[in-house]
Write a new protein. Sequence first.
Length: 401
Amino acid sequence: MDNKESIYLKVLEQLNETFNPENFDEEHLTNEMFNTEDVKTLQQPNFTYRRYLYRGNRLYVKLPLTWEKGKYPVVGNKILAWGFSLTSVISWTEPNRGFNALENWKTSMRLKGINPDEYASERADFGSVMHYLFSVYLKGTEFVKKTFKEDIVKALVKDGVLRETRAKYILDNYNRNLWNALIGFGRFVIDYNVRPIASELIVQDSKNWIATPVDLLCYMDVPVKIKVEVPTGEIYQRGEKKGESKTKEKTYVVPKSLIGIVDFKSGSKGFYNSHYFQLNWGKDMLEETYGIKAEILLNYAPKDDMSTSYKVKEQMGSDNLDMFLPVMKEMSNLHLQDMFKDGIKLSYDDSGDSDTINIKNFKKKEDEEVNYVINGDEVIDNEFNYKFNYKNELNGTEKED
């Protein structure tokens, strides 16, 4: 077993040893299936994926799935595989759009009197709500403008997308934006004749320890040009073609049905190289996980914050970016190997298992790897059989971090 495999298996072992279903994050949002009649690999698979929180980061874990006739599938509690969040990995490895771009943005936001971290969290929640609304729209949900805000807050809380206070805050501040975004998405669905297969479908790159949800896997009609020789109704009167019908080449734009991945972006400022990498890496993972080959990759976003229109960008066919993608994959895995070389650094104590919280729940943290004890005012050094009053030594010393 090489070092790379041993690191991966150590993390897998630790995840199973500390498995806790409460660490699942928004599990209702993942692996929503629609029409899978023509996609056999999505019909009653023997595994599923869930998003799993680890020290504030997103992991995706693969779990066994058992089907019983006439019943809902049962999800097992043994983690079969794990993958790190693709969006996090891309942020490590993508060439910067500008030197210190993130810090420069934060500085500019502060100059406007806006807390950049709070704003980023707010926009992330707005994006989550937009994704959610698109998903339930595809299920046939009807939205009523008069009760839109109240209805969506209830749905978000019921489905566990956001807490009630946060859901109300987002709808209070983005009610019109979300309503208009839905109108734009409805137009996109009609324009491309979108027939959903699955949403938030988690896929994995097992070689590089990465996983990600595919926002929307669907059939869509993409406009393509074809050239056809069309009879003009006229007849050749002389020459070799005498008596034959004359033709003229005409170009037609016709719909071609393709399997596509659509990645939703809630921002309206444009699409970047990172979005290209995200879609193309996700395409590779979709084929590895389910054997499905996506034929078109699209980014989708509202045209602007208050627009009822949309914009899309096809993210395929860039030789320069395609050349960099394998390098990005290798770099990301080297980073993950270093990140997890000592396994998962678990910060766990049994107080988290308590059903109550009171002053007796907690124990003082014990120092690790020391060969002395503190008893009252005395330090007793076991190595040298020496003791002294530590308070006499405190004057002029620095506080230990």
